[in-house]
Design a protein around this ligand. Structure first.
Ligand SMILES: O=C(O)CCC(=O)CC(=O)O
Length: 262
């Protein structure tokens, strides 16, 4: 098991593939851990260096008291990448991970040469919707939101499979402090202006059945960035790396090839 001590924050990560290969760094969505990427990593060329981590308050990474700021989540990603001696990675961020990608690309152009904004936007939800989520989870726990969240996370077809219960369990087993801490970070983030200043190669991915960041919202963010590509995965929900992993890996591989990362 790999743990990096990032200025006191013990961060759980995995570093797979070729240690000398071009690096791809993956950042998770809210309420998930790094297993989110298992099916995609298995389908990517092993000539790549494939790094994924549990963000603060999630998985096996330290849980600090909430609230968290988006700046802190971006600094955590930055510190891990520096710790691993990586430069010029492609940063793949899903939902809150995509907010981290946008912030990191603005802050550290030397670390990020291209980004994949998966099921994300420059701004997700409103302060009010996130405050309601924080209050509900803090008072009633994950059972009060889990069924609704599963409908947002996965396309209809996948929700009929037995695997759904495992993802529901992953959500329910996240530390509540970590989850609400990250909800607060999303609530306070609006990257419209800074993301519009970005010029790095960008691929935006949306799921046609995404109930959290619907395709039009993802497309609107892609359109802020000159030259960004947009790919819709049909039948996928908010986490297409889980419910449509073949299509996701293929889309990612095509992009990595186009930009000369493979
Ligand atoms: O998935 C995320 O990182 C946050 C966006 C969201 O609304 C998904 C959810 O509600 O679980």
């Amino acid at each position: 098991m790999l743990i990096a001590d990032l200025d006191g924050l013990k961060t759980h990560y995995r570093d797979d593939g070729d240690p000398h290969g071009h690096a791809v760094v993956f950042a998770n969505s809210l309420g998930t851990d790094l297993r989110l990427w298992d099916k995609v990593i298995d389908r990517l060329p092993k000539s790549l260096r494939l790094i994924r981590y549990d963000m603060r308050g999630h998985g096996l990474t330290d849980v600090l008291d909430p609230p968290y700021s988006m700046g802190a989540l971006i600094s955590d990603a930055e510190a891990l990448i520096d710790h691993l001696g990586v430069k010029n990675c492609v940063f793949v961020g899903l939902s809150i991970g995509g907010l981290i990608a946008q912030g990191l690309a603005v802050k550290r152009m030397d670390l990020v040469r291209a980004m994949v904004l998966s099921n994300t936007a420059a701004k997700i939800g409103t302060v009010q919707t996130w405050q309601t989520r924080i209050d509900t989870v803090a008072t009633d726990g994950f059972d009060s939101i889990a069924d609704t969240v599963m409908e947002m996370w996965f396309g209809k077809e996948f929700r009929r499979t037995p695997e759904l219960s495992a993802w529901r369990a992953m959500l329910a087993r996240q530390p509540i402090k970590g989850y609400v801490g990250c909800c607060a970070a999303i609530a306070g983030t609006d990257f419209y202006t800074t993301t519009a200043s970005l010029t790095l190669p960008t691929l935006a991915i949306a799921g046609s059945e995404d109930g959290s960041t619907p395709p039009d919202l993802v497309r609107e963010t892609a359109e802020l960035i000159k030259g960004a590509k947009f790919q819709l995965i049909k039948g996928a929900g908010h986490v297409p790396c889980v419910d449509k992993p073949e299509e996701y890996a293929e889309t990612l591989t095509t992009f990595l090839t186009e930009i000369g990362h493979i």
